[in-house]
Design a protein around this ligand. Structure first.
Ligand code: NAI
Length: 286
């Protein structure tokens, strides 16, 4: 049987989640995606109208099939956690079963189990504010959406991930080096995510032989990154200063993710792997 993957954090064809889905589809996996509830409508409509058909094309010429799109809001573990203003929000009330436990339950009912879990989502409402000006609420929201969301997904999906399965999340070097402008607690959120990658690798490894790794990716002009405001500058900086002076393609991150969740990486767990044209290794920009 082919593998089945759930990729949380796909809402267009520009980001890392989409590229990872494609790489996994090209390797023969069945693809399920989790799409942030407010973005669900436009994503499904665009998909249906063929807007993504060009970018659905796989190396063998066929188009990537998405077996099912699940609405997801990874900041809520179950319905009891959802405040009334969200419940009654038009964009949310239009769909149902989008908390983490409910999505796990739905996938269990629809497909039984998965082999691969991908976390490709982040959100920091105060990302444009320096850490020194970040509110408690903004900081905790960044951690909730960008770090705890992975713990929650793994926690609630663990029963339906087949033994020997693997997970991947996406992180950024701002966790360990100062990247001015990556604010609002997002640098802290990535530091937590990387530390959790190690602890969860131990716990999920011992419990079910499930591997947990993260990719520290270089800059990509995704929708989320554009919201931060200086992504073009980061891309130029990387191009000018990385050992490999070339554009970083989302597909290169997709390929690395496909490797890391495959049996080729069966002894790799708890690792943060750089896929950044080598930029992280530079000590002096030149
Ligand atoms: P993206 O915009 O394609 O992906 C982020 C996704 O998160 C979006 O689809 C958004 O709808 C979703 N999302 C936000 N809050 C959510 C929630 N509460 N529940 C469910 N989904 C939610 O952008 P990108 O850049 O591909 O981001 C994917 C991952 O890659 C993120 O973890 C990001 O931090 C990471 N990354 C991105 C880099 C970049 O330069 N673009 C560099 C290094 C890491």
């Amino acid at each position: 049987r082919g593998k089945r993957a759930f990729i949380a954090g796909v809402a267009d064809d520009n980001g890392y989640g989409w590229a990872i889905a494609k790489a996994l589809a090209a390797a023969g996996a069945e693809i399920l995606v989790g799409t942030w509830v407010p973005a669900l409508n436009i994503f499904e409509t665009s998909l249906r109208r063929g807007k993504f058909d060009d970018s659905r094309r796989l190396p063998n010429g066929s188009l990537m099939e998405i077996a099912k799109v699940y609405p997801l809001d990874a900041v809520f573990d179950s319905l009891e956690d959802v405040p009334d203003d969200i419940k009654s929000n038009k964009r949310y009330s239009g769909s149902s079963n989008w908390t983490v436990t409910e999505v796990a339950e739905s996938i269990k009912n629809d497909f039984g189990s998965i082999d691969i879990l991908v976390h490709s989502l982040a959100n920091g409402p105060e990302v444009t504010k320096p850490l020194l000006e970040t509110s408690r609420k903004g900081y905790l929201a960044a951690l909730s959406a960008s770090s705890y969301s992975f713990i929650s997904l793994l926690q609630h999906f663990l029963p339906i991930i087949n033994p020997g399965g693997a997970t991947i999340s996406l992180t950024y070097i701002a966790s360990e080096r100062i990247i001015p402008g990556y604010g609002g607690g997002m640098s802290s959120a990535k530091a937590a995510l990387e530390s959790d990658t190690r602890v969860l690798a131990f716990e999920a490894g011992r419990k079910k032989q499930i591997r947990v790794n993260a990719i520290s990716a270089g800059p990509l002009g995704s929708r989320a990154a554009k919201a931060i405001g200086f992504i073009e500058k980061m891309i130029e900086y990387s191009y000018a200063n990385a050992p490999l002076q070339k554009e970083l393609l989302a597909d290169e991150v997709g390929a690395a993710a496909a490797f890391l969740v495959s049996p080729l990486a069966s002894a790799i767990t708890g690792s943060v792997v750089y896929v950044d044209n080598g930029l992280n290794t530079m000590g002096l920009a030149c």
